[in-house]
Design a protein. Sequence first.
Length: 400
Amino acid sequence: MLYPYNFIGTIRRMTKNRIFLIPNLLALLLAACQSVPATADPDIIMTAAIETAFAQISIPTEAPEPTETPVPTATIPRTPPALPGTYQTSILKANDIPRTYTADTCQYLQNKWNPNNAAPGTVVMTIMIHRIDKDAAMSDFGNLTIASKDLKQLMNDLHDAGFQAINMQKMADFMYTNAKIPELSVLLIVDDRAGSSSKYNDHFRIYFEKWGWPVINAYIGIDERPDLWAEHAVLSAEGWVDFQAHGYIHNIPISEGSTDEFIMSEMGGVISTFQKYFNKTPIAYIWPGGGFSKRAVEIGTELGYKLGFTVNSRGPVMYNWIPQADAYNDDNPYAIPEIPAGNPVMTIPRYTDITARDHIDEVRTIGQEAAQYAEQSKAIELEYYDIICAPTYGPIPSTP
Ligand SMILES: [Zn+2]
């Protein structure tokens, strides 16, 4: 790929010894630069520029009203390096391939290397929780029921491993702009509302009190018992149960065959009840039954949802890095492939509570490997940014 030489036009006002830019002259200069062949000898250009500058400077100051003349100076042309590819890992299954979703490379690099943002390698493990059985001796995977003692073990193991829980707004800010979150973050999403708020008081309040951990309640819109909403609104107001949308009727999953009307009633209907009873607009949609479609992803985005979550257990996520599958495959036979839906942030994978403990170490390793890979890529990415991005995006911000 050829890049035209990049001239920096400086206009020197001779009489006042001040430097300023005149936009239309600058534009002319830049336009002129486009025609300079990429094979021109930079030394010749530089020499010509210096001679011109010298000639201008030599104009005697007593000359009558010298006209303002642009003095072009040539920068030494720099070829941008090829950017390294996205971090890949053999820790995940072969068909669960990490995808980028940020189209704007310059903005991505700026967000990545802004020292005020999350450090490269910051990773989020999203965990799906369903029923919790207080008394069961064992968890029951087939019935999506985790024994209370296993949930406690999971929470303690996450904490011991250095994880901290985040809420949905932090997750969205991280996924969109690489906003700072703990380097090991966990997003706990409890599906299906629960009849009463006791589930949260009994099983999760303790972690809020001990560690400040929030939990997401994926709430179903259809049940309009005002007292039930009021009960949950108390937890919402306390700030540690974060309510997000889990369908309106919920029991019919969205599929490729779903009509726009049904998608709207599901995804839009639950927004209406949230606004009515919680005075809150959800930013995440947890797909009921794990069902989604390309059209639903589009409509959900139009409705204002920033993130969507599947039931596909593919791996953790990082900024601009979400493992997804192109098609149905034997690695994960029941998982609906996300790539055809066309928007990775609307189809974020989740681990299942009962088996999540088995993946804690691999999530940590992925974060560490990604951090190392980023460190190796840093000089090249910053050079690229300096050449291609900095002129329009400005320098990478420094620490405040
Ligand atoms: Zn559900």
